[in-house]
Write a protein that binds this ligand. Structure first.
Ligand SMILES: Nc1nc2c(ncn2[C@@H]2O[C@H](COP(=O)(O)OP(=O)(O)OP(=O)(O)O)[C@@H](O)[C@H]2O)c(=O)[nH]1
Ligand SMILES: [Mg+2]
Length: 428
């Protein structure tokens, strides 16, 4: 039997960048919008740009450009026009009226992708919340769109009352989702144990930088990786064995992107909680991407929104295999000064390409749980138990009812042991 693919929406992309932006940059932004449209299941049938320093309040672009868009949509039989810029509710409504075509902006497109790809119940709730918040000020337009779809010529839009009812319903649903999400987050916080002194590390970065590939390579487990934007929507945590009895908990998170809708960042705060509780962030950067510098700034901005700007962070330049030796040298020279030792150059595609990252993680774990020698009277059962629970015993010798240990013990535990009068000395 022949499986018929559902017809793809035919979309026109519109960019309205500031006059000062370089052409290469604005082209790259539209290309990224095209990848987003593709992920959402639309086919790009036309692209257009207008440079603007100040958006036009009515149509965002100028009136002439808006009319041009209407004609282009007709000519290309497009069912969708997607703006790279965030449109106000009024601009979206005016553009739909003028062009007779459904208008979306980047934020709505991203929300749409998240809605179709979210898998866990929590991710679905978070996306729904963000979508409703986006929709609320735009209900009139959405209604106008619906009544047009229903097709009655001259059919009146919904009366004020209907609109008011809908606003109220959406408002109720939003509060309900907020409550439910709060509950899920609390549950997760209590489930999340993690041992004292275990280093918690989170991968953050621009979408498609290679975060999941790094988690997959380090954990040697199956992790979903795809050459698509937003391959990962749910946080996943794995224990990583670094050898020599050292390990970390590594969390993979949803990627960030330029102009990530504000609501979405807010609703994903709970999922990103694993990140907000991490001791160390690995900011993964696609070194082979022409706009990696801009992507890095975008990620730093989102981290700022999440209140993470001062969290210890290591810059991990990934995909180094895609650069020529000269380009590799160039990037090292440019980035290392000022960032050493918190910058690494890696590849998930090359044998040993992640060794620098493993080494760094091992060093950080060691620093968190320094190796010490301890002598405890065998009668101090509680102190011994504490060491076995929080630390890692490397050697043990029982002589004359004194237990001598060589162990790696977290600082916090060491403090408690000292105050109980346990004798602690440096190894050697
Ligand atoms: N050449 C090369 N490709 C890589 C490397 N690491 C990852 N990739 C590719 O980059 C693409 C994206 O990788 P992912 O690991 O899914 O990226 P991600 O950061 O998790 O992306 P999102 O989940 O969408 O945020 C995939 O096609 C990977 O195979 C690398 O070191 N070198
Ligand atoms: Mg991923």
């Amino acid at each position: 039997m022949i499986e018929l693919e559902p017809p793809r929406e035919r979309a026109i992309l519109v960019g309205a960048p500031p006059k000062g932006d370089a052409q290469a940059v604005t082209d790259e932004h539209l290309e990224e919008l095209g990848r987003l449209a593709d992920t959402a299941g639309a086919e790009v049938v036309g692209t257009t740009q207008q440079r603007l320093d100040r958006p036009n309040p009515k149509y965002y672009v100028g009136e002439g450009k808006a009319e041009e868009l209407r004609d282009l949509a007709k000519e290309q039989d497009a069912s969708l026009i997607i703006f790279d810029e965030l449109l106000s509710p009024a601009q979206g409504r005016n553009l739909e009226e003028l062009t007779g075509t459904r208008i979306m902006d980047r934020a709505e497109l991203i929300l749409d992708i998240f809605a179709t790809r979210a898998r866990t119940a929590e991710a679905r709730m978070q996306v729904e919340l963000a979508q409703l918040q986006y929709m609320l000020p735009r209900l009139t337009r959405m209604w106008a769109h619906l009544s047009r779809v229903r097709g009655g010529v001259g059919m009146r839009g919904p009366g004020e009352t209907q609109l008011e009812t809908d606003r109220r319903l959406v408002g109720h649903r939003i509060s309900r989702l907020r409550e439910d999400l709060g509950r899920v987050a609390t549950q997760r916080a209590t489930q999340r144990k993690g041992r004292v002194g275990e280093l918690r590390v989170a991968l953050v970065g621009y979408t498609n930088a290679g975060k999941s590939s790094i988690l997959r390579a380090l954990s040697r487990t199956e992790v979903f990786v795809e050459d698509r934007l937003f391959a990962t929507l749910d946080a996943a945590t794995r224990a990583i064995d670094l050898g020599e009895g050292l390990s970390v908990l590594l969390t993979d998170t949803v990627g960030f992107i330029r102009k990530l809708p504000h609501h979405l960042v807010a609703s994903f705060r709970a999922t990103l909680e694993e990140t907000t509780e991490a001791d160390l962030l690995l900011h993964v950067i696609d070194a082979s991407h022409p706009s990696w510098e801009e992507q890095r700034e975008v990620v730093e901005d989102v981290l700022g929104e999440l209140g993470l700007q001062t969290r210890p962070t290591v810059l991990v330049f990934n995909k180094m295999d895609r650069l020529s030796p000269e380009e590799q040298e160039g990037i090292r020279l440019r980035v290392t000064p000022g960032h050493a030792p918190d910058v690494l150059f890696v590849s998930t595609m090359e044998e040993g390409g992640l060794d620098p990252l493993r080494d760094l993680l091992r060093d950080r774990v060691r620093a968190l749980r320094p190796e010490v020698r301890v002598a405890i009277p065998a009668t101090e059962g509680a102190a011994l138990a504490e060491i076995y629970r929080d630390g890692e015993v490397l050697e043990r010798e029982d002589v004359d009812s004194v237990v001598r240990l060589r162990a790696r013990i977290p600082d916090a535990t060491l403090g408690r042991l000292r105050s109980r009068g346990v004798e602690i000395s440096a190894p050697g």
